[in-house]
Design a protein around this ligand. Structure first.
Ligand code: ATP
Ligand code: MG
Length: 395
């Protein structure tokens, strides 16, 4: 910032970083706003990366750290209730702050820590109030994602929505359907992870905003349950799993996939959530975890499943989890690779041609070992296979 200033421009910390700094909260990412244009920034620093020149953002690499530096801008033409098509670079900080969503985010700080507050941001922070910069109705119509952002700040900050802002949300919630799902998901996941998640979900329900979220349009009942259980002990993927379990009736595996794909979650996350749900449905059929199920679920999925199971069945969580971990520690093997025999041993013992039977036999042995029916010892396994005629004497 000193460099930018020495080159004759202004530079400020802006947005969430200043908000969280003033609230004594952990800062998520640091945004710097400047009067210099991207080209000017690029002449000031030798190492820059173009990350969003069209929006005025340049990434500066400085002493092994990266900083996003964005030129002061206004957003003039909004098309179809989404992000503006064009941005206009301006030289005044105030103009830049004016286009920001909520007053708590429309505040700047210079490098000496002096606060620049044109929109009563500090007062809003004291009052714990989320209020749009300017007319709520207009601001939500410009960019409907702000509706989602407003609710997610309820969750992450524990603030209240100011009256006009809440009215604006209720009035314009249908515009959420114009917004790219990925942008909604990003905000929704931040909402799910907030400390005041249940408060935010309650607003989602009361305002009927949920009717414009992917796959949730007719999930009033499920969402009501979701609001009323204590989610604080669950991580993000566990929360997704619970949301899904409560809000749709799972008859086929395909429904889980469709739900999560509608939210455009990454495939890796989808698979993880699917596993939790699969084991949750299994868990309902089991009295308790057998070695067999624990081994195939893996400990992390089993713990997630158990947490959810106990939560939905109103039981206390912690004692059983440590028992489960203890049981897992005592498993004879934790993964296939730890089995005392391999496909090669089987080939050697049987002198049969390689084929799908190898995988089947290994899998049989694996199950027996996990269930402690046989010891994980090469000789013992060979003997067992012979006894149950899986391999013959001649072999
Ligand atoms: P977080 O702590 O999650 O990063 P944040 O407020 O910093 O919260 P960002 O998405 O990082 O959120 O956005 C940075 C800043 O950009 C915001 O503080 C706000 O000033 C502005 N901003 C972000 N999205 C919008 C939007 N849709 N409309 C107007 N201003 C926005
Ligand atoms: Mg941020």
């Amino acid at each position: 910032m000193e460099r930018i200033e020495n080159a004759g421009f202004e530079a400020y910390f802006v947005g969430g970083a200043v908000r969280d700094y003033l609230l004594n909260k952990q800062i998520n990412d640091i945004d710097i706003a400047t009067s210099a244009t991207p080209d000017e920034i690029k002449t000031i620093f030798s190492h820059t990366i173009d990350v969003g020149i069209a929006h005025g953002t340049v990434m500066v690499v400085w002493k092994n750290h990266t900083y996003e530096i964005t030129t002061f801008r206004t957003e003039s033409t909004y098309v179809d209730y989404r992000r503006p098509e064009k941005v206009l670079f301006v030289r005044e900080l105030k103009e830049d702050l004016k286009r920001r969503d909520f007053t708590i985010n429309a505040i700047a700080m210079n490098k000496e820590g002096r606060i620049i507050d044109f929109f009563n941001s500090q007062e809003a922070l004291r009052q714990k109030e989320i209020k749009t910069v300017g007319n709520a109705n207009e601001r939500f119509q410009e960019d409907a994602l702000r509706i989602m952002r407003g609710i997610r700040f309820v969750s992450t900050l524990g603030f209240q929505l100011e009256e006009e802002t809440l009215i604006g949300i209720i009035k314009n919630k249908h515009l959420l359907s114009k917004i790219a799902v990925e942008r909604i998901t990003t905000e929704f996941e931040k909402l799910l992870q907030g400390k005041w998640c249940s408060d935010a979900l309650a607003i989602l329900l009361e305002t009927k905003m949920y009717t414009f979220l992917p796959m949730l349009a007719s999930s009033k009942e499920g969402l009501t349950k979701f609001v009323n259980i204590s989610l604080s002990q669950l991580d993000l993927l566990e929360k997704w799993a619970v949301l899904l379990l409560l809000s749709i009736e799972i008859k086929e595996k395909q429904q889980i996939e469709s739900f999560l794909r509608a939210w455009k979650l990454p495939v890796k996350q989808i698979r993880h959530i699917q596993k939790i749900i699969y084991w949750f449905l299994e868990r309902e059929k089991m009295v308790t975890w057998t070695n067999h199920s624990l081994y195939f679920a893996t400990i992390s999925i089993a713990v997630s499943t158990e947490k959810i199971y106990q939560l939905l069945k109103n039981q206390e969580i912690n004692p059983n989890i440590s028992l489960l971990e203890e049981q897992y520690r005592k498993l004879p093997i934790k993964k296939k690779e730890e089995l005392a025999i391999s496909g090669n041993d089987l080939l050697l013992w049987t002198k049969k041609q390689a084929g799908p039977w190898i995988k089947e036999m290994l899998s049989l042995v694996e199950t027996k070992v996990v269930e402690r029916k046989i010891k994980n010892d090469k000789k013992v396994i060979k003997e067992w296979l012979r006894e149950c005629h899986q391999i013959s004497e001649k072999d």
